[in-house]
Design a protein around this ligand. Structure first.
Ligand code: ATP
Length: 848
């Protein structure tokens, strides 16, 4: 046996020995065991279970968050309406109209049942000091509204005196377990009625049972009769008067109400309310021990009479009864930070979009006004406490000042906190995470003792191989003055064995990997999982993409194999809400969110001139050729990236442009890795070159001085549009981007309406060029065209808005086939057609 083979064989053995020692397992020839005496599979299952539980918890949190948001929205609306002039949400007394509106709004709105729970104590202590004498001095005049708060207080007094009725202080002590016996589906709904039940009539003694109060509110508010006229001061719309949010879920409900009001048909309303579970679901069984709940025994007829007199209602309580007693406020406490953060982010996002939209809609000046947006901050690298050797390398690379994202994130990251960072494309995010990564390694190596298997301290995950290589190269450059710290890449497309050998022989404290290949290594018992046990920092570059459906499972599996005590950093130029939420699969709960895009700023670099051209898709290749020619004429040192929807379309377009004597290169995932590396390097170093590529080059690639980006057809989503566009205009430089759409793709512009896109007119196309292109297209191998057709069909089929109308889709695909010189649309495998839902669609041919 050769010595190299011996060496290879002996390495895994060393790993096992090291591992056993680390976990103090007795040595022996048996299988590898994990802490707690678990074998690998038990260990794995345990982690899977934990991950599932974690996911469940997150879902639960999301649910709570949603509910909390609904509550807070209702509350906000309520207070806004209750006192629009108020600067703050002080709990001032409400007018009778407002109060009834508020009650109706709160308790009858779909979802509002969640506003109350058994701890809600609306009739607790009275905030407004008002003595009984004072109350007596102000006898209620006919026609004057009832002071409900006073009544509540009076009631409490009278209850205390008589001992017959429930006192306010008892409210909290009530045993509401009885409510579960009611037919209400949830306790909250019941509790809201309990609040209502505590309302008392104008004699200060009679307590109106909940159902009747609801009836009262219902009639008063919704009926067309004069019983409810106090809340119908004018004939304005239902929504205005009701204060109902007719958006979202409340819509159908609001519509119902509107109808009922119009018809004055309280019967309909009753039915509706019955359906909603507010009426007719009584009667509460009271706790035997509670003598105070007798109120619900009062017959509705009696109360109806009382209610008659309620037309002249005086001030009915205040918003305090809806604010300060809302126990949900305290219930939300554990989630507060998370919720606030989400709300805040959402608000920021909304405001940003709103502002940029306003800017766009404004006076049209914005397009000319592409203000200077400095990406560099005033702070220098030597001021931020990183290793002098790293600073030396930075200086050698010409980096003296930090970019804004680097300044904003470095201190947080160096403190060891988890962070999510959003910053525009080309603003130096890579260095922003590489610097803390290097510091983490330095710290770990200085404190650790010699180990048989050197741990990997930093793991950087990124979605593409080229990006992994780029980041590794950047890390190596920054580490050039540090001895003994190694960087390795693990990416697909290379031989697995070669990876293993490099892992064993080369020093590696920083590992840059794509998820798939890394997982292969982890699962392949190569000893990598053992080395990852010492991990200090995990970085997800292009985090939103890595947490997207395509990668999420792999990333989750990887994260499950990493130690929990680690720092996690998520970086991207885009961070959709949904991704932010699930990012907690990776992050600690108490992480920092850093967004350097800035309020009121568009999410794309301001110096990129963006435009869009809508034209029949059969003309796209010719229009592209025209645009490229124009660009080349105006930009001698041009460097253009053309993005196509799929790899096969990329290949076809590349061949066509090459035939048209343009200086082009192609790049897509199916190309061999060596070829990809070569093209990537060539394009990085060149000028006067066009790279036709699929989305494999869309994210993170830092090709310097790209002068233009053209996107042919819709990108998969808004985020991908931003990333593709961001290959130009990097480091605050100028750039331009054109989006070429077919008329049936134009809907996508809605997603970009907050971005400054100009609409271009269809250029005049030279018929001679069209002829030339047709001739060149005819020379291209039919296999390439057929593959392009299939890929095209697959891509658009996967886009919901287009793929849902299969007949139309096939029609368009066949037009595309014709435009690329195919006589007939190429047949599909039956299985493929079935999978795509296209089997029986006219125009689809199946392979025999
Ligand atoms: N402090 C700095 N001073 C000058 N240039 C810098 C500095 N930091 C980074 N750069 C340069 O800025 C360019 C863009 O950096 P980088 O690729 O990290 O951007 P990014 O924000 O990650 O972009 P993307 O969102 O597209 O991934 C690189 O060429 C990098 O060398």
């Amino acid at each position: 046996m050769s010595s190299s083979v011996l060496l290879q064989r002996s390495k895994p053995l060393t790993n096992i020995l090291w591992f056993n020692r680390v976990f103090a397992r007795p040595m022996g020839g048996g299988p590898r065991t994990f802490p707690g005496g678990l074998n690998k599979w038990q260990w794995k299952r345990m982690h899977e279970k934990k991950a599932k539980e974690k996911e469940k918890r997150l879902l639960e949190q999301e649910k709570q968050l949603y509910q909390a948001r609904v509550r807070s929205q209702i509350r906000t609306k309520l207070f806004d309406k209750a006192d629009p002039d108020s600067e703050t949400n002080q709990h001032k007394p409400m007018s009778p109209d407002e109060h009834v509106k508020a009650l109706a709004d709160r308790f009858m709105k779909e979802g509002a049942e969640d506003l109350w729970n058994e701890d809600d104590g609306p009739v607790k202590s009275e905030q407004r000091p008002r003595s009984g004498a004072e109350a007596n001095q102000r006898p209620r005049l006919a026609g004057a509204p009832i002071d409900l708060r006073g009544l509540i207080s009076d009631k409490r007094n009278s209850v205390n005196n008589s001992g017959n009725l429930n006192s306010g202080s008892n409210v909290k002590n009530r045993n509401y377990s009885v409510l579960s016996e009611s037919q209400f589906s949830d306790r909250s709904k019941s509790a809201s009625l309990i609040f209502m039940r505590n309302l008392v009539c104008d004699d200060g003694k009679t307590v109106i049972p909940s159902r009747n109060v609801m009836d009262f509110v219902r009639r008063a508010y919704f009926s067309g009769t004069d019983k409810g006229n106090f809340c119908r001061n004018d004939g304005s719309s239902t929504r205005d008067k009701a204060g109902f949010d007719t958006g979202n879920k409340a819509k159908p409900f609001a519509r119902n109400l509107g109808n009922n009001r119009e018809n004055g048909d309280s019967k309909n309303m009753s039915q509706f309310m019955k359906k909603k579970g507010f009426v007719g679901k009584r009667r509460f069984k009271r706790n035997e021990s509670s003598s105070s709940d007798d109120d619900s025994d009062i017959h509705s007829e009696d109360v109806d009479e009382k209610v008659e007199g309620w037309r002249d209602v005086r001030k009915m309580g205040s918003s305090a009864s809806l604010g300060k007693y809302d126990m949900k406020i305290t219930k939300r406490v554990p989630l507060k930070s998370l919720e606030d953060e989400h709300d805040f982010e959402e608000q920021v996002e909304l405001i940003r979009k709103e502002i940029s939209k306003n800017k766009l809609n404004g006076n049209g000046e914005k397009k000319e006004k592409r203000e200077e947006e400095p990406i560099l901050s005033q702070k220098r690298f030597d001021e931020c406490g990183i290793s002098p050797l790293t600073i030396k390398a930075l200086t050698a690379a010409g980096y003296i000042q930090m970019t804004r994202v680097q300044e904003a994130t470095l201190s947080v990251c160096l403190e060891g906190k988890d962070a999510v960072v959003k910053a525009k494309t080309g603003t130096g995010k890579s260095i922003a995470f590489l610097l803390p990564a290097i510091e983490a390694v330095l710290k770990a190596t200085s404190s650790s003792t010699t180990q048989l298997v050197p741990p990997i301290y930093v793991l950087i995950l990124c979605p593409t191989r080229e990006l992994a290589s780029q980041i590794a190269a950047e890390a190596i450059a920054l580490l050039k003055n540090h001895d003994g710290i190694g960087v390795l890449t693990l990416v697909g497309g290379t031989r697995f064995k070669v990876d293993q050998r490099r892992l064993e022989s080369d020093p590696c404290q920083i590992l840059v990997a794509t998820p798939g290949r890394l997982l292969d290594h982890i699962e392949n018992k190569s000893g990598l999982s053992v080395r990852l046990m010492g991990l200090k920092m995990l970085v997800l570059d292009e985090a939103d993409h890595l947490l997207d459906l395509g990668f999420r499972k792999d990333v989750e599996n990887i994260v499950d194999c990493l130690p929990r005590r680690r720092q996690s950093l998520l970086f991207s130029a885009t961070m959709p809400k949904e991704v932010r939420r699930i990012s907690q699969l990776v992050l600690k709960r108490e992480h920092t969110y850093i967004d350097t895009v800035g309020l009121g700023s568009v999410e794309t670099p301001v110096k990129i001139k963006q435009s869009c051209l809508v034209a029949p898709h059969e003309l796209h290749f010719q229009i592209l050729h025209h645009l490229l020619k124009e660009h080349i004429l105006g930009t001698p040192d041009y460097k253009v990236i053309v993005f196509c929807s799929t790899g096969m379309v990329t290949s076809l377009l590349y061949l066509l442009l090459r035939e048209m004597k343009m200086n082009v290169r192609e790049m897509y995932s199916r190309k061999p890795q060596l070829y990809r590396d070569r093209i990537s390097e060539e394009f990085r170093a060149s000028k006067r070159l066009i790279l036709v590529t699929s989305d494999v080059s869309a994210r993170g690639m830092d090709y310097p001085d790209v002068t233009s980006v053209v996107q042919v057809g819709i990108p998969p989503d808004r985020e991908q549009y931003i990333h593709r566009l961001g290959r130009t205009g990097r480091e605050g430089k100028e750039g331009e981007g054109v989006l070429l759409l077919a008329p049936w793709e134009e809907y996508f512009l809605d997603d970009l309406k907050d971005l400054p896109l100009d609409k271009l007119q269809l250029p005049h196309l030279n018929p001679e060029i069209q002829l030339q292109m047709d001739n060149h297209m005819a020379k291209i191998d039919n296999n390439v065209k057929e593959a392009a057709y299939h890929a095209w069909l697959g891509y658009y089929n996967s886009i919901r808005e287009i793929g849902r109308d299969k007949t139309k889709l096939v029609e368009l695909a066949n037009k595309f086939a014709q435009s690329i010189g195919l006589q007939r649309s190429p047949p599909l495998f039956r299985k493929t057609a079935l999978k795509m839902g296209l089997k029986d669609i006219p125009g689809i041919r199946l392979r025999k």
